[in-house]
Design a protein around this ligand. Structure first.
Ligand code: ADP
Ligand code: ZN
Length: 227
């Protein structure tokens, strides 16, 4: 299974991906995580990326697409499938992705579009905490760790992302509206778009997704048996 999870920051893309990757046995590719890894290295490229992320701006299509292409064309674990979280984020990236996937004969099965209100997004992102070691996500109110600032899964320390402050979140939302939203139409025209609300708890969003996928499967089977 191969799909993209699309949606504004804070819609719950990363949380959903974290919850379903083992269930589906597929790889979770997060360009945000890949860029933050690069940032940690402190290389000239890492520093450039840091500046852009902290402003809430996008990193250039060229840099991000190259990272994704490398992953898609070289990671042997991807045979079982993958979900892309945070990529594509511009129409340019979406077109390049189609080309890359065409070359390796691995087209997308569908694109999941998650949505949530600005109020929910702001509260989720300003309270979000991330494990420095394993990347697990917590929230100071909705999903607090058992021990303050310590990850339940690996005991790593939790931190607040430097772009999770109200000013940068508003900028990220603006960037989403202008640069990323047009991709919804792009995939809708391909007949690949599945819309889902990201406002419920992650486990409920997962259940909604399973239901949609099962319905889709049985629709296809019906069509198949009728022909
Ligand atoms: P969120 O979805 O919560 O905004 P991400 O971790 O996906 O968080 O992304 C964080 C930041 O990384 C973005 O604001 C942007 O600066 C950069 N980034 C991630 N993915 C891309 C991409 N596909 N193209 C350009 N920049 C990206
Ligand atoms: Zn952890």
């Amino acid at each position: 299974m191969r799909f993209v999870i699309l949606g504004p920051p804070g819609a719950g893309k990363g949380s959903l991906a974290g919850l379903i990757k083992d269930m589906l046995g597929i790889v979770h590719i997060s360009t945000g995580d890949m860029l933050r890894e690069e940032m940690k290295k402190g290389s000239p490229l890492g520093l450039e990326i840091k500046g852009l992320i902290e402003k809430g701006s996008l990193v250039s299509d060229e840099i991000v697409t190259k990272l994704v292409e490398q992953k898609i064309t070289t990671d042997p674990d991807l045979v079982k499938g993958f979900m892309l979280d945070g990529f594509p984020r511009t129409t340019h990236q979406a077109k390049d992705l189609d080309q890359i996937l065409d070359k390796v004969s691995k087209p997308l099965d569908f694109v999941l579009c998650m949505e949530a209100s600005l109020e929910i997004i702001l509260s989720r992102l300003t309270g979000r905490r991330v494990c420095r070691k394993c990347g697990a996500l917590f929230h100071i109110k909705n999903k607090p760790s058992k021990k303050l600032n310590v990850c339940d899964l690996c005991e790593g320390d939790l931190y607040q992302r430097s772009d999770d402050n109200e000013e940068t979140i508003r900028k990220r939302m603006e960037v989403y509206e202008i640069s990323t939203k047009p991709i919804i139409d792009y995939y809708s025209m391909q007949g690949k778009l599945i819309r889902i609300s990201g406002e419920k708890e992650t486990a409920n969003v997962r259940n909604d997704l399973i239901k949609i996928l099962n319905e889709d499967k049985s629709n296809k089977n019906q069509k198949f048996s009728r022909n």
